[in-house]
Structure formats: C-alpha cells, structure tokens
Ligand binder design. Structure first.
Ligand code: AMP
Length: 611
C-alpha cells in the first residue's frame, strides 16, 4: 500500500449505486468497487490502478463512452433531428452530427432554460444550469449540468488526488481552501442556475468526496456561501489561522484567488490577530450568517495571536508567508496554468519553499483531463485525458494556426493525436453537448499509456488584431513576461495586465494596461513599452508596424487597485470569484471595464521601437 494511505470512502457506495456505470466501468471496476463498498474505504492504489488500466485501453474506452452517451441520450430531439437513428458508432456520429459552437446550441439551451422538459439535448431532462465565468468571452454562457457531470468531476478529483498523494502525502487534517459560492437562482423556466463551482459546492455529495480526499475546508459553509466575497475572504483567513497546525495544504480553484487572499492578508493581519486574541469577530463582518457561525468558533487565544504576530513581523517582504503561518502545509494547489501563469511569481513568493501543484483541466462544459504528474512545475504541467468521461476530438491547428480560419481541418480522434502538435479540444459529454468546440488550444506533450497528456496553451479566440496581425493570449503573456524583465532593476513588478485594440485613432494600435506592485522610473517604463512592442513577433504584426499600418504600441500604467475594481465589477454581474479569470483582452463592446481602466490611468507611453 502506497504510503500506508487508506481513507474512509463510504460515499463510494452512494455514487456507484446512484449512477449508471459505463461498460468499461462495469468491466474493470465492479468487483473492486463491491469490495470497496464492503470495506467502506478508498485505497489510493486502486484509483491509480483503475486509471492505468483505463488509459491503456483509451481508444476502446472512447468508443464505449460514445456508445454509452448516445444510448442514454438517443431520445434527445437534437440527435433525432440529425438523423442518427439510434446508431452509436463514431463513424455514424461524425457523419450526422456537426461540430458546433456555443452559439449553435444556444436556441436548444434557451428552450431548456425556459423550462421545456421534453428531451431537448439529453434523454433525461436537465434540471440545473451552469454559468461559465464569462470573463473570457465578456458574458456568461449557460451550459447544462447534471449528475453525470458531477460524478465526472468527483472522478477527476479522486484521480488527481491519488497521484498527488503518492508524491506529496498528507495526513487527515484540514485544507485552507479559498472557495466562494455565487448565488444560485431560478431561470425563467424554474431550473436551478449557478456557476459550475456553485453547483458542485451545493451538491450534498461534494463534502463526502472532499472528506475522502482529505480536502475538508477549515471554513464552515456560511463562509463559503456567504453573501459578500470580501467578508468570506476575511473569514477564510481567520478560520485558517484558527486551525493553522492542522492545515495540510492551501488551495483555490484558480491560483489568482490564493494570491489575492494573501495580498489581503498583508492588509488585515493585525485585525485578524486582534480577533484571535480577544475571541471577538471584527466589526467588518456584518453578514448575519457569517457572523453567527464564526462567532461560535472564535475563542480567545492570546498565545496563538502572539505567535502569528511574531511570525508576520519576522518575515522579509512576506516571503514564505504561507509555510510560516501553516507549518504542516505540504503544498499549494490550484489551477496555475494558462491565464494563471502571470500570478506564479507572486504565488511562489508567498509559498516560499512549498511546492506548487497544478489542479486539473476542465470547464463549466465538462472535465477533460487530470494532473497525474503532480511534481511537474506549473510551467511544464500536463493533463492526462480521462477517456471515460466524454468523447474527445481534436482539431489540428497546424494548418490554420490558432485562429478560426474559414476552412478548419476535420477533427481527429484521441488516439490519432501526435506528440508536439497543437489542437483545439472538441467535447461530447453526458450532459447534452455533442461535438462542442471548447475554444481552448492545447499541445500534446506525450502519452500516459495510450491517453494524451495535454499542455494548456490558451483560449483560441482571444486575440489582438488590427489588420493582418494575429496575437493570442499566449503571445500577449510572453510579451508581458519579456518586457517585465526590464523592471528587474526597479522595486516593481507587473501585478496584473490586460490589453485592448484602439481603432479610434489613426492606424489602430495595441494598448497594454499594467498595474504595478511598487514603483518604476520613467526611463524604465519607456523601455518596457518599447520592449512590449518588439516582443510581439508575429510576422503580420512586425511587417504592419514597419510600414505604419499599425500604430506604436501604447503602455498605460493604471493605479494600484484597478484590477480589484474590475474583479468587483464582474462580481457585481454575478460572476463567482472561484471561476474568475482576468480578461486579457478587452473588446470595444466591454465599455464598463474599458471605462474602469481608462479612469485609472496614471501614465502612458508610446513605443518608439519601430522608429
Ligand atoms: P469557465 O469558462 O469558467 O468554465 O472556465 C473554463 C476555462 O478555464 C477553460 O475552457 C480553460 O480556458 C480554463 N481552464 C480550465 N482549467 C485550466 C487549466 N488547468 N489550465 C489552464 N486553463 C484552464
């Protein structure tokens, strides 16, 4: 037994009783699951072994999974209209069912949202809707959520936990998890709707899984479900400190939430100490539900307050804050790849000597892949596709590049992808999405048995474009990373950034907004601006810049706190902090965010990189 780790998992009985198993699962798991049911325990090697067996037969499992999806949902009007006539093989599926975007499925989803209980997209009616964060597209998407999606999420969690715990074993303690649930509401048709994370947190089996994977939150539900994000954050920190010896790891869905939490800590730590010393909750917590639950937990602990005070006072610029506060924490956990990479530097600063472990790859539309190589640093993290949670296809990007060309090549199967090649992910799942373009670009880095290991590259449709130039989120991130090196001599760093294309003046030009931590002098910022302009190496950009078809790049420095205002703006629109990603490109229609940025500009520079 690996690291002697056995965990209580009575909920397995519930899960496996209540969900229908795929043929693959029947074949490989049933006996083991029955044994586990009687033992009431989860054995880590079992989870790993199951994953190993399944990924050895990834191609076959994919075919079985598609069959299962189409059998369950054969009655769906969407599939009936396409003339699938009960066929469940990949060839018929691909011949009848088109590759679609969210917009194509919009009218079907709208009918569900309005309360149509006929089998629109799925055999069984959809009763819950997930709202995607909307921070990448500007407005939230409504996507179907059901028990199968919940179960595949728990499967991903168990899988990555098993691998993680083999490399970084933790004992039964607590997790300081910065989880925030947004409000759930009813659609006009009476369906429950909330962000995908909210739909998870509100599921009664979620807690059972968290217990089984030793990830129980330090904070009571009232904090997670609190009505005010700022108050919940303060109380998450307070709860973490109150059980600081027990905390085994620190996590959040996305890494920026962890950074945000400890940046807040820098401002409120003395107040937190006072609360702990006196056993009286700060006046800043006004939400009755949070006040009542935390007041019950809070007891005067002057010794603990002294220890925290001493630790904080002894730190140099908050380096190593997390392990200092939580001496038994083994790692930091969350999504740290893609649009989260810009926060890594700050996160590493707080994490000190603790490893950063990347969380899995998924979306509100469904999960895709698990991190089964937890020792890899975020910069080289990969995700192994789980072949039994959906049917996955991949559009090769070799010919068209990242951007939606008029003629996209045909998608290929999971077993046909090649190492080193880049693809857009297409998902078919148990919740009514068929050949759905996720919009993410990934690169195949290798195979785990016969399932691909993906590196997340970027959203495919986020691009800076004036004329023939095309720059993706990744290009922007690389340019910012390069230009930020010029700040090395200054006591400053790029705390957050975004971009915009200004077409109102002369030839259009790129505008990059930076919020700095610390100060930098004029000469350095001018140098950063030139460097940004030079760092967009796309041939279309460089040639257009040379002949003046694109104007000089503009770097605008915004006041500290501007990106918090943007976060607050999205929260006001109903976004959940747990799923928030800073939008890296602000389109002209996103007037409110553009206004926040423009109102907060304190300096601006034009590049002279191209003369
Ligand atoms: P949402 O729209 O809120 O459901 O967010 C889903 C999107 O977040 C995905 O389509 C990806 O673009 C991004 N995402 C999810 N997991 C990861 C990951 N592990 N690494 C990078 N980006 C991710």
């Amino acid at each position: 037994m690996i690291h002697g780790c056995r965990m209580q998992l009575s909920f397995l009985c519930l899960l496996f009783d209540s969900c229908q198993l795929t043929p693959f699962r029947d074949h490989f798991n049933f006996d083991r699951v029955r044994i586990l049911q009687t033992m009431g325990e989860l054995v880590i090697e079992e989870v790993i072994e199951e994953f190993e067996e399944m990924t050895k037969a990834a191609g076959r499992v994919q075919i079985e999974t598609l069959k299962k999806i189409l059998e369950q949902n054969g009655q769906a009007q969407y599939l009936q209209t396409l003339g699938l006539n009960g066929r469940t093989d990949p060839e018929s599926f691909k011949a009848c069912v088109p590759v679609v975007t969210y917009e194509d499925l919009g009218p079907y989803i709208q009918r569900i949202v309005e309360g149509d209980t006929s089998p629109v997209l799925t055999g069984k009616p959809i009763t819950t809707i997930s709202l995607s964060s909307g921070t990448t597209q500007g407005k939230p998407k409504f996507v179907p959520f059901n028990d199968e999606l919940f179960e595949s999420t728990m499967q991903i969690y168990r899988t990555s936990f098993a691998f993680r715990n083999r490399d970084f074993p933790i004992r039964n303690g607590k997790a300081l998890t910065f989880n925030y649930s947004s409000k759930q509401f009813k659609t006009q048709g009476g369906l429950n709707a909330g962000t995908a994370t909210t739909n998870l947190f509100r599921n009664s089996q979620f807690k059972e899984t968290m217990k089984a994977i030793l990830s129980q939150s330090c904070s009571p539900d009232e904090v997670i479900f609190g009505p005010d994000f700022h108050q919940s954050l303060y109380c998450h920190l307070l709860c973490g400190l109150m059980c600081c010896e027990e905390v085994q790891f620190v996590s959040s869905t996305f890494a920026h939430c962890i950074v945000h939490a400890f940046e807040t800590f820098e401002h409120v730590w003395e107040e937190l100490c006072t609360d702990i010393r006196d056993g009286v909750l700060s006046e800043r917590i006004t939400a009755p539900s949070i006040r009542a639950s935390i007041s019950k937990l809070l007891k005067p602990k002057p010794e603990l307050a002294d220890i925290i005070n001493k630790k904080c006072s002894g730190l140099s610029n908050w380096y190593g804050l997390i392990p200092e506060l939580f001496p038994n924490a083994k790692y930091i956990y969350g999504i740290m790849t893609g649009s989260m990479e810009p926060y890594l530097k700050r996160l590493r600063h707080y994490a000190g000597w603790l490893p950063l472990v990347c969380a899995d790859y998924g979306s509100s539309e469904g999960w895709i892949a698990a991190n089964v190589n937890p020792k890899l640093p975020p910069e080289s993290a990969t995700f192994a596709v789980l072949p039994d949670i959906g049917y996955f296809e991949f559009i090769p990007l070799k010919e068209t590049g990242l951007y939606n060309g008029l003629l996209e090549p045909e998608p290929i199967d999971l077993s046909e992808v090649k190492v080193g090649e880049e693809y857009e992910v297409i998902i078919t799942n148990f919740a009514g999405l068929y050949r759905y373009r996720l919009g993410d670009a990934v690169k195949v880095m290798g195979f785990h048995n016969s399932t691909p290991e993906l590196k997340f590259l970027c959203r495919r449709n986020l691009l800076l474009n004036v004329n023939i130039d095309k720059n993706s989120e990744k290009d922007l991130m690389l340019a910012v990373e390069e230009a930020a090196k010029c700040l090395a001599t200054q006591k400053a760093d790029v705390a957050d950034f975004t971009s915009h294309v200004d077409r109102l003046t002369g030839p259009g030009h790129y505008v990059i907004f930076w919020e700095l931590s610390g100060e930098a002098d004029e000469t350095t910022l001018k140098e950063c601006c030139d460097c940004l302009d030079r760092s967009f190496i796309d041939a279309g950009y460089v040639s257009s810049r040379k002949v003046g078809n694109i104007g000089p790049l503009e770097l605008r420095i915004v006041q500290k706190g501007t990106f918090r205002k943007i976060l607050d703006h999205y929260l006001g629109l109903g976004a959940a902090v747990s799923q928030y990603k800073t939008p890296r490109c602000i389109g002209p229609k996103n007037k409110a965010v553009l206004q926040i940025l423009c109102d907060n500009v304190i300096k601006s520079y034009f590049s002279s990189a191209f003369g």
